[in-house]
Design a binder for this molecule. Structure first.
Ligand code: MN
Length: 330
């Protein structure tokens, strides 16, 4: 399929590239590093060869979210965003930016998002899970009350927020002890991100800000398969409401969430997602450079779904969600 949009695709700047060291075997590090640091050459050739018209690059993980000093996190986010804006301006018909945000300080994150959208022409944000250094030890998640003004600003700006994975901190990873192979994309990324998404749903965030649109990668981090059970467990027992949200969590999942195919190129899984969240809320992505664009595109272009759904998932959903008809600025 020609004309695809891809939106979970990462780059690095020299300051952040080592954050991606160790996720793959050492013997492919030089290749991975070169893929991360490139925007205009190999990446464009891959896009051209596999029918990707537009890419929304985002900073690698965990990068900004793992910096315990909020001022340093804000400075790094601004530096990465300025670099991306410069690269996008060279080919605005092929690239649009997703902002990195210093979530350690919700006010600084809101200001940086407004700057990126209103001054640099970015079309959304991508954040790598919880933040460290957010005024308390350990991991801070974004359902907490201090983030409500930030979310109000996201809603006001009208841009989607991509909740991207990171690994849990060592003190929160007892279940993986002795099994390092479970970290990262194998399992821990999905577990961490799915629970964070459920926290957002249960917090009442989407009652207060129904216009928010959250994107999850990896075919929804397992949630399409699990969300019915989240709401319907022990259905014969009358239980008191246990969280602030007003409605069943599946309502928010279907209305406020979108998912991408990044790193999960499996037709059976896609069809389950289509049955649960609907093809209007699914978007093509690869997860370059950690996954191959040819693996994503060859699968997606030929998987057994209706052509109308392929067009929506491959292109038109993203075009509408990110307002890609708007002229690029920056
Ligand atoms: Mn990714």
């Amino acid at each position: 399929m020609q004309g695809k949009v891809a939106l979970e695709e990462h780059f690095a700047i020299p300051d952040t590239v080592m954050d991606s060291y160790g996720f793959l075997a050492d013997d492919v590090w030089e290749e991975l590093k070169a893929r991360l640091l490139d925007l205009q050459e190999r990446r464009l050739r891959e896009m051209d060869a596999h029918g990707i018209e537009m890419m929304l690059p985002s900073l690698n993980a965990p990068a900004v979210q793992a910096i315990p000093d909020p001022a340093r996190a804000a400075a790094l986010a601004a530096r990465a965003n300025d670099f991306l804006a410069e690269e996008v301006s060279k080919r605005p018909e092929r690239f649009r930016g997703l902002a990195a945000l210093p979530m350690q300080d919700p006010d600084a994150a809101a200001r940086e998002l407004a700057r990126c959208v209103e001054e640099l022409g970015f079309v959304g944000a991508l954040v790598n899970g919880f933040s460290e250094g957010a005024g308390r030890p350990g991991a801070t998640y974004y359902d907490l009350p201090q983030y409500r003004p930030f979310w109000a600003e996201v809603e006001r700006l009208g841009v989607p927020f991509y909740l991207h994975p990171r690994n849990p901190l060592p003190e929160d990873a007892a279940i993986y002890a002795g099994h390092p192979w479970l970290m990262g994309p194998t399992w821990a990324f999905g577990q961490e991100t799915a629970v964070h998404a459920l926290r957002l749903m249960a917090s009442g965030l989407f009652d207060a800000h129904p216009g928010l649109r959250i994107i999850l990668g990896h075919m929804g981090e397992g949630l399409p398969y699990s969300i019915w059970r989240v709401d319907n467990r022990n259905g014969w027992v009358k239980t008191p409401k246990v969280y602030p949200a007003k409605r069943p969590l599946g309502d928010y999942f279907r209305e406020n969430f979108f998912i991408t195919t990044s790193g999960n190129f499996r037709t059976q899984t896609l069809i389950d997602a289509m049955l649960e969240i609907g093809s209007d809320h699914i978007l093509f992505s690869a997860d370059w450079p950690f996954e191959n664009i040819d693996h994503a595109a060859n699968w997606f272009d030929s998987c057994t779904i209706a052509e109308l759904d392929r067009k929506k998932i491959g292109r038109t959903n993203a075009w509408q969600l990110f307002g890609l008809d708007r002229p690029a600025r920056g």
